[in-house]
Design a protein around this ligand. Sequence first.
Ligand code: UD1
Ligand code: CA
Length: 456
Amino acid sequence: MTVKTIILAAGQGTRMRSALPKVLHEIAGRPLLKHVYDTSMAIADNSVYIIYGHGGEQVKTVMEGLQATWIEQKQQLGTGHAVQQAVDYIEDEDKVLILYGDVPLLKQSTIEGILANVSETSLALLTVVLDDPHGYGRIVRNEQNAVQKIVEQKDANAEELLINEGNTGILAANGDQLKKWLAQLQSNNAQNEFYLTDVIEMAVEEGLEIVTSQPEMQDEVLGVNNRIQLAHLERVYQSEQAEQLMTHGVTLKDPARIDVRGHFEELGQDISVDINVIFEGVNRIASNVSIGANCIIKNAVIAEGAQILANSIIEDAVVGAGSRVGPFARLRPQAQLAENVHIGNFVEIKKSTVATGSKVNHLSYIGDAEIGSKVNVGAGTITCNYDGVNKFKTIIGDGAFIGSDSQLIAPVTVGANATIGAGSTISKDTPAEQLTLSRPKQISIAGWQRPVKKEK
Ligand code: UD1
Ligand code: CA
């Protein structure tokens, strides 16, 4: 058996009031359509077809590289018409699954449940019981509770409008049957559209059973039509992430104030996360790491017991075990800290390695540098790595002590255990073990008078 998943994504999304096609709006940093695609890719033996229309080229460009077939629906004549665009790809023996590019939180388990309900004699439909079913197609059942048809809101009579079981639109059917029904769809209804929902009545007429199931949680089947719904589903998604983290053994000071836009490739236990932390991309966080308030952690590797203090930003960087970063520190791409390194406030580190036990505690820029172990970099030290065109390296040997407010003009090497006097501008390599300083000798002028303001 092969599953053919057809994702409908041709709608305009007018209510988003956006130049961006609706399915490109994001939840957790990922386009809505990508959520649906990723979930469907988890289904075994499946191939994916995306029906696109409005803003289609932009959607295709942003989503480049998907293992999906893109099918254009030039005019949006209804959900049935949308599925019709894919008939050439449907084989008789396929199971066809219909999903929606703007319904991002549907779970894999729910999909698998639907697929299990399809057979030669049955069609599977996902329905949802709603307090307010307004806008939804209604599920019409007979006295035996068997589904007879779906009536759209705009076509429903007063009695049908009272039905609170709504159509999610998500269904699965056999390829041969679905193709036959799609060919019979007509648009003589209130919206002059080709309704996919009409296949239900056709199936019933042929004696098929409509097997319905419901999602575990309602939010799974909610679509995004405006930015309020987008924000709602973002929160739903984030609270699920928070619960997963806590279940795993992570302490969240406030599960409502954390955002995970990506995933964890590795996650230890007894990690503690204060409020307003954003995790982006792929992170690896070991046990006993603590992360202070307002940090952004992106594509980072943070080893056992490291402490990230408040208001720090870490991107594409490595923090070694027992190291301490922040508050207010910035680790940029390719910053690599070994064990027990201390990076303090207002320190920026880019494309540099800092070996075990070294400290850069205050107000520094370290770029394109190799810092040995047990080095102390004084406050205000700057590696001058860039001449406006080229980047150069600064190498600092083990045990060196860089006096405050020094500039190291790369390329330059500071020898092991060297001391650099505070306020030095170092433009040549400095020998190991010695004190190097570059500053005019201090002088004092006796009897010097400060200028005095004249009385008016
Ligand atoms: C549809 C269902 C309704 C269900 C509701 C759930 C039909 C006729 N009605 O109604 O029973 O309760 O969804 O939200 O199916 N689309 C296309 N091409 C088109 C038309 C739609 O790709 O020509 C896509 C849209 O982008 C959207 C989805 O299909 O993602 C649903 O279309 P929409 O017009 O919103 O359907 P509803 O009227 O809400
Ligand atoms: Ca809709």
